[in-house]
Design a protein around this ligand. Sequence first.
Ligand SMILES: Cc1ncc(COP(=O)(O)O)c(C=O)c1O
Length: 401
Amino acid sequence: MDLDYIINHLGETRSDYFNAVSPPIIQSSNFAFETLNDFREAIANESKATIYTRGNNPTVRILCRKLAALESAENALVFASGSAAIGMAVISQVQSGDHIVCVQKPYSWTTKLLQNFLARFGVSHTFVDGRNLAEIEAAIQPNTRLLYLESPNSLTFELQDLEACVSLAKKHQLLTCIDNSYASPLYQKPIEYGVDIVIHSGTKYLNGHSDVVFGVICSSNAIIEKIFHGEYMTLGGIMSPHDAGLVLRGLRTLPLRLERSSSSAEKIATFLSTHPQVESIVYPGHPSFPQYELAQKQMARSGGLLSFYLRADTIEVSEHFFHQLERFLLAVSWGGHESLVLPTAAFHRIPGQADSPLPWNLFRLYIGLEDPDWLIADLERAFQSCLNLEIRQKTIPDRKS
Ligand SMILES: Cc1ncc(COP(=O)(O)O)c(C=O)c1O
C-alpha cells in the first residue's frame, strides 16, 4: 500500500465525522446501543465492535490500521507503552515450561521481562549472540517456542540476518518476534522477511514529538485476535484516545522527520568517522560498521541513532566532553525533534550501584531535526575543549604527532 495514502487517508472515513480533515478524538470510555440485537451482535464481534474503550475505540482503531499497513501486517494493537507491547507479545506466545531464545543485550526491560518476570512463571530463556546463526541454533531446545530478535539494538546496533533467522525458526517451528524500534517501519519491514510479530516503542519515531509513550504489536489477524481476547482485554494496558490522536498527528510527518534525522545522522557519522578525537563510530549506515552489508540488504536506511567511542584515557575526559555539549540534551529515548546524548559514563559511579560493564567512553547520539552543521559545531567545540584539557595533555599523546 502506498505510504502517502496510509499516512494521509487510510482508516479515515471523514463522512462519519462531518468531513473533518483531522479525525476527532473520541474521548469516551463506552458506547451505547439502540437495540438489544445491536448489542448482541457487537458482543459476538468484540474485537471489531466499539463497546468499551479497553477493547476498541474509533480514534485508536484508525491508528492501529495505519500502523499495521506501515508494517505490511494484517492487523495491529496499540498499548500504553512499548514495554507493554513487548510483554503482551511475548506472554501471549508462551506458557509454563516453555523456553525462549533471545538475542543478547535487548532493551533493558526486555531483559528484565525474561529474567525477573517470566522466570517466575516457569518460562526459561537463553541469550545468544544474534550475529551468530550457529549459536542461535545451538540454543534451541525441544521446548523452545519463540525466537526474540531486536535488530538493530539501540546502543551498539548489532543486527540479525532476518531472512536466515526466519528460515531457522521455521525449520524448528518457532515463532519469531522482533523489536523494530530502531529502524522504524519505513526503514525495515520484518514481516516481508516472514517475521511473525513486530513490535515498536511508538514513543520513538512513530509519535516523534517526545510527548506520548506508547507501543504497538503488528502481526497476522490470528495472532492479533488471540492477543486481543487474551492479554489485551485481560491486562488492559491500553493507549488512551487522546494519545492516539496525538500520534495520528505525529504520523503525518513521519517520512519527513525520518528523512531529516537520517540524512543529518549520516553527515554527523561521516564527520565523527574521521575525527582524531574519535576512536571509532558505530552506525549501521556507515561502511565501517562490521555488518554494513547486511544493513544495506535488510534496512532502507539507518535513522537518527549512532554511537561513537571517544578517545579518552580516563572517565574524567568523557565527563568533560559531555559537559561541553550545549546542543544535545542528556536523556534516554529518541525519535523526537530534539537531539540527545546518552554517555555510558552515566552508568558508572551511580551511588549505591556497581559500575556498569559498559565502557565509559561510549556516547550514543540521537540526531533530531536541527541543522546538522549547528550540531557538528557543538561536537567540535567539545572535542577541542578535551584537547586543551590538562589531564588529557598529560595522559594521551596527540594522535597526529
Ligand atoms: C529498543 C526499545 N524497545 C522498547 C522500548 C520500550 O518502549 P517504551 O519506553 O515505549 O515502553 C525502548 C525504550 O526506550 C527501546 O529503546
